[in-house]
Write a protein that binds this ligand. Structure first.
Ligand code: SAH
Ligand code: ZN
Ligand code: ZN
Ligand code: ZN
Ligand code: ZN
Length: 485
């Protein structure tokens, strides 16, 4: 990660240090990650926390890095892991699918409470559960169409592609003549590929949502944590993964991770998968694994800082259940904010004209029709989907409503609160941002918060300046950027 990114994170209080090494203590989601907390007095303290859950509510693991995990606690976490995932093995669940598939649609049921398939004759055991029925063949091959999405933004953040976007993404993935696709947190891509044999693509879904065990066989679905490259399905799942990699010298990876996830961790995982693939498929050490990574346009700097080989495409990815990122009454006025990042040459990746995309000859890539080519910048400069305008003072194109501010020397949203471009606007010093300013007066609410925090810290029961708080701050900043007015 670049120095600027690190400094920026430091200013926000918590930063990731290193990746989830297998030697780190493990929670039920596999090896934890070391984070570093920047304390008020300028010192830092490291701690281990869950790689998958960005809120302590969802996974309670916490350990200061300078303390040892007691053997009692280690045993407790091992027991918790065993209890969390081994109610029914993947193979058992898949056998159930075979039995259920043999029955008529009206006899097939899925218990949303216990997360199991069952036959109508077995429903007495689920009398107080929430049951789905009938289940058609299409439901069984496309479980994301009836499983309620896990929308917890701090864990799964399950937002499902609209059908049009599934088609575009499958088309992009299939273009380079791939024979296999790894769908990492992309169940709808996996569903589309596995139910369309004419594509000639084999697919494996790697996802943390183990409900898919009931619908895909162990050789097609791997219960997996993408932030520490940990196979929750154990050694067998890892072998399945390696065998798949070995079989496909032409492989492509499609991923739509939670947007709140740490890009450094994901980047490390993608590099690890690429290295695993080169070894398993006996490829040259410089062979590139084609990647299609779905992420919002306003996080482009973070994506490119961690994965410099990726470039952002102009395609606006649509979702069925995302209030902000999709079109529609509650959605963004100017289309979805989500894009596809890829390491494939952009001129080889056509976008659908019927959805409003055009070929830009000077840029040699497909862009949205509203993305006008600027002769001065020599590029199609829009990021958010609207037509940008060129500012001669800034020497670049900016969002349409932005105005050039002489005080801070840049184009800003019309209602921006003018601040010096660098340093702290509380005391004027250049070596810190105002959040870390020693002279900053604490507001009543923030000191209340910090008292609460101290109390929790005392009990060692919550993250100090939890990741959750930091995420909230991130999202506030992001929301402002999206609005961009
Ligand atoms: N748009 C995609 C779904 C993206 S939502 C589609 O329609 O196919 C994010 C997906 O990543 C979810 O399926 C979620 O279960 C999965 N996920 C979230 N955190 C994960 C993690 N730590 N490891 C692996 N998968 C994860
Ligand atoms: Zn039940
Ligand atoms: Zn152009
Ligand atoms: Zn321009
Ligand atoms: Zn300007």
């Amino acid at each position: 990660m670049c120095a600027v990114g690190k400094a920026d994170m430091a200013a926000r209080g918590v930063s990731v240090v290193g990746v989830a090494s297998p030697d780190n203590p493990a929670c039920i989601h596999g090896p934890t990650v070391v984070f570093e907390r920047f304390l008020q007095d300028g010192s830092t303290r490291k701690f281990y926390a869950c790689a998958a859950c960005r809120d302590r509510k969802d996974c309670a693991f916490f350990l200061w890095a300078d303390q040892r995990l007691s053997s009692a606690k280690r045993r407790l976490w091992a027991d918790l892991s065993a209890a969390a995932w081994t109610k029914m093995t993947h193979t058992q669940r898949f056998h159930k699918l075979k039995a259920v598939r043999a029955a008529a649609a009206g006899e097939r049921m899925y218990c949303q409470t216990c997360c199991v398939l069952l036959l109508r004759s077995e429903r007495a055991a689920h009398s107080s559960c929430s049951l789905s029925s009938p289940l058609t063949d299409s439901h069984l091959s496309h479980p994301s169409t009836f499983l309620p999405p896990k929308e917890n933004v701090k864990v799964e953040a399950q937002y499902l592609f609209a059908q049009r976007s599934v088609e575009v993404l499958v088309g992009l993935a299939g273009r380079g003549g791939a024979s296999g696709v790894l769908c990492v947190g992309a169940p709808r891509i996996h569903e589309a590929v596995t139910s369309t044999p004419s594509l000639g693509l084999a697919s494996i879904l790697m996802d943390i949502d183990d409900r898919f065990c009931s619908f895909f066989p162990p050789e097609c679905f791997l219960h997996y944590n993408m932030f520490n490259h940990h196979f929750l399905g154990g050694r067998e799942a890892r072998t399945t993964y390696t065998t798949f990699l070995a079989r496909h010298q032409k492989l492509v990876l499609v991923s739509d991770p939670p947007f709140g996830g740490r890009m450094e961790l994901l980047a490390h995982t993608l590099r690890t998968i690429e290295a695993d693939w080169r070894t398993a498929a006996s490829l040259d050490p410089d062979t590139t694994l084609p990647v299609f990574l779905v992420f919002p346009y306003f996080l482009e700097p973070q994506v490119v800082a961690s994965l410099p080989s990726l470039a952002m495409m102009d395609y606006q990815v649509d979702y069925d259940n995302h209030p902000i990122y999709s079109k529609g009454p509650k959605g963004m006025k100017h289309g979805s904010a989500v894009r596809v990042f890829t390491n494939q040459p952009l001129h080889t990746l056509p976008l659908p004209e019927e959805e409003g995309y055009r070929w830009c000859e000077p840029c040699q890539r497909w862009v949205h029709h509203a993305n006008a080519h600027c002769e001065i910048c020599r590029a199609c400069t829009s990021k958010d989907g609207r037509t940008y305008k060129h500012c001669s003072e800034c020497g670049r194109c900016v969002k349409p409503a932005w105005v050039h501010c002489g005080t801070c020397g840049g184009c800003r949203p019309p209602d921006h609160l003018c601040a010096p471009p660098l340093g702290c606007y509380t005391c004027g010093d250049m070596d810190h941002k105002h959040l870390n300013c020693p002279k900053r007066k604490r507001s009543a609410s923030s000191s209340r918060k910090s008292k609460k925090r101290k109390k929790r810290d005392g009990k060692e029961s919550a993250l100090p300046s939890s990741l959750a708080e930091e995420r909230h701050r991130d999202l506030d900043i992001l929301a402002h950027l999206i609005d961009g007015k």
